[in-house]
Design a binder for this molecule. Sequence first.
Ligand SMILES: *[C@@H]1O[C@H](CO)[C@@H](O)[C@H](O)[C@H]1NC(C)=O
Ligand SMILES: *[C@@H]1O[C@H](CO)[C@@H](O)[C@H](O)[C@H]1NC(C)=O
Ligand SMILES: *[C@@H]1O[C@H](CO)[C@@H](O)[C@H](O)[C@H]1NC(C)=O
Ligand SMILES: *[C@@H]1O[C@H](CO)[C@@H](O)[C@H](O)[C@H]1NC(C)=O
Ligand SMILES: *[C@@H]1O[C@H](CO)[C@@H](O)[C@H](O)[C@H]1NC(C)=O
Ligand SMILES: *[C@@H]1O[C@H](CO)[C@@H](O)[C@H](O)[C@H]1NC(C)=O
Ligand SMILES: *[C@@H]1O[C@H](CO)[C@@H](O)[C@H](O)[C@H]1NC(C)=O
Ligand SMILES: *[C@@H]1O[C@H](CO)[C@@H](O)[C@H](O)[C@H]1NC(C)=O
Ligand SMILES: *[C@@H]1O[C@H](CO)[C@@H](O)[C@H](O)[C@H]1NC(C)=O
Ligand SMILES: *[C@@H]1O[C@H](CO)[C@@H](O)[C@H](O)[C@H]1NC(C)=O
Ligand SMILES: *[C@@H]1O[C@H](CO)[C@@H](O)[C@H](O)[C@H]1NC(C)=O
Length: 424
Amino acid sequence: MENCRQVFVFALAWFCLPMLMARIPEEPAVPNQMVTTESTVIASTSATSELMYPPQNGPCFYATPEMCSDSLIHDPKYQVANCECRLHPVIPRSLICCNVTNLTNITSCQEPDSSEHWKNIHVRNASLEELDISNGFWKLFDSISITDGTLKRITREFTKFSATKCFNVSNNNLNEIQPRGFKNLMQLQVLDISYNNLSTIPNINKETNLTIDIRGNKDMLCKSVSETIDKGGLELNFVEPDKTYCLTNQTFNWFNSTDSVPLRQLYRMKQLQSECPTDCKCEVERMNYEQQNDEDGIPLLIFSAKVDCSNSHLTELPEKLPANTYSLNVSCNNITSLSALNVNPTYQQIIRLYADNNQISSLLDLEGTSFIEEFEVLSLRKNKLKSIPIYLLSNTLDKNPRGKMLYFEGNKLHCDCNSAKVLR
Ligand SMILES: *[C@@H]1O[C@H](CO)[C@@H](O)[C@H](O)[C@H]1NC(C)=O
Ligand SMILES: *[C@@H]1O[C@H](CO)[C@@H](O)[C@H](O)[C@H]1NC(C)=O
Ligand SMILES: *[C@@H]1O[C@H](CO)[C@@H](O)[C@H](O)[C@H]1NC(C)=O
Ligand SMILES: *[C@@H]1O[C@H](CO)[C@@H](O)[C@H](O)[C@H]1NC(C)=O
Ligand SMILES: *[C@@H]1O[C@H](CO)[C@@H](O)[C@H](O)[C@H]1NC(C)=O
Ligand SMILES: *[C@@H]1O[C@H](CO)[C@@H](O)[C@H](O)[C@H]1NC(C)=O
Ligand SMILES: *[C@@H]1O[C@H](CO)[C@@H](O)[C@H](O)[C@H]1NC(C)=O
Ligand SMILES: *[C@@H]1O[C@H](CO)[C@@H](O)[C@H](O)[C@H]1NC(C)=O
Ligand SMILES: *[C@@H]1O[C@H](CO)[C@@H](O)[C@H](O)[C@H]1NC(C)=O
Ligand SMILES: *[C@@H]1O[C@H](CO)[C@@H](O)[C@H](O)[C@H]1NC(C)=O
Ligand SMILES: *[C@@H]1O[C@H](CO)[C@@H](O)[C@H](O)[C@H]1NC(C)=O
């Protein structure tokens, strides 16, 4: 039994815990569905500017690039004391800040009326490297957008009871966000950290239902995405999962570190983990892009799974294997029968079966299976086999003797010369 090592529990833990799957929408939810009732017109403006400044819908307040150059924005009546920002001409209590170079010139903006807080802010094209998010100025905004600028770092944490529902820092140079920076955003509905230089997703409050956009971060690690997905209670909707890629990482056990995987595939791989039989370890063995595309025109990524249920005190083969299982190791158990290969549809794709150190006494169950036609490896060392039905193997070995490996040592075979010849 020298091959039957003790099972290392820690090695199984990650792979075999049933995963809580976060929801992935077929059509990514666009976060602009709710019409905010407060979005009433306060300034009597021309038809043109109403076109240019449409009322807000959804939690995110957004100023287009054109708004920064529109003459209206330079009109003194939209100026605010101590402030480099301008009032939005249509949406109340909302600031548009363009080409800002000094944060102090934003955080000093005085509320027009102390009974009312600012509601929305969009800072466009800020030439700033660092944003200290713990400044109390930010905590009262429903929507904060600081986009299309040069931000590199978000430091500190949002203060407790921050009201923010939408936080958009898309299209900066961010490569650092304080991991706990967004922990206090209990109200967060939309988080847009797309088109930056981030490799991890900051921690998000576990209770929230969140639309998250992480596109365009070429160093984003699948490990971080995966951990974010796994956090119980968090309902995540990724924007455009087919156009969002993450980097896998050799030590993360899937692929070589340079492989970039679309999120939808990440979900499929996580599906593999969720289908993994108890006490087994399931891994992606290989993946290939197929010639054909899926329904959305994205090349299909096909992977083959490798399932290791060795040393698991099994007395029969696992009831259900993950889709695309090509290789199964059930060595060092007390399995008596191979009939699953005959009757269980989830065993249809197996071509490598390692079942050393078991109690298997017959190969007859393999008769008529696709396994016996297609197999590459059949390893049944140290079992209870008494004979090897030659007719079973000779057909397939005659047809295609190459690349088929059979291992039967350690069985008390009644050897006859015929079988010896065939099996040589
Ligand atoms: C199958 O499992 C046994 C026991 O853990 C191990 O010794 C063996 O190397 C495995 N075989 C393969 C091909 O991984
Ligand atoms: C911001 O800079 C752009 C380009 O230089 C300019 O057209 C625009 O008027 C500026 N906007 C403000 C509000 O300063
Ligand atoms: C951004 O702001 C800088 C000044 O800080 C200005 O030179 C540049 O033209 C602005 N870019 C746009 C697209 O407004
Ligand atoms: C930013 O503006 C504030 C107030 O006007 C000033 O005290 C500070 O020195 C400025 N910082 C930089 C880096 O220019
Ligand atoms: C920031 O505000 C100070 C005064 O508060 C002003 O002198 C300075 O020009 C402002 N910075 C910019 C880039 O407008
Ligand atoms: C965030 O800002 C980017 C860049 O301006 C914009 O393209 C995107 O639509 C905004 N995201 C949301 C959710 O409003
Ligand atoms: C992205 O971040 C890495 C370090 O994390 C840095 O080396 C690289 O220059 C950054 N790229 C850009 C485009 O800012
Ligand atoms: C989460 O948000 C999505 C889209 O906004 C919505 O369809 C879903 O019902 C929400 N789930 C919960 C639990 O609120
Ligand atoms: C891969 O993941 C491991 C484990 O989390 C981590 O320590 C390592 O830094 C990652 N490697 C790369 C190249 O990201
Ligand atoms: C990883 O890279 C090595 C060499 O670059 C290659 O032989 C191996 O097949 C790759 N593994 C996967 C799973 O793609
Ligand atoms: C197989 O069954 C025997 C007898 O019940 C037991 O002693 C042995 O530990 C079992 N082996 C494995 C690998 O589960």
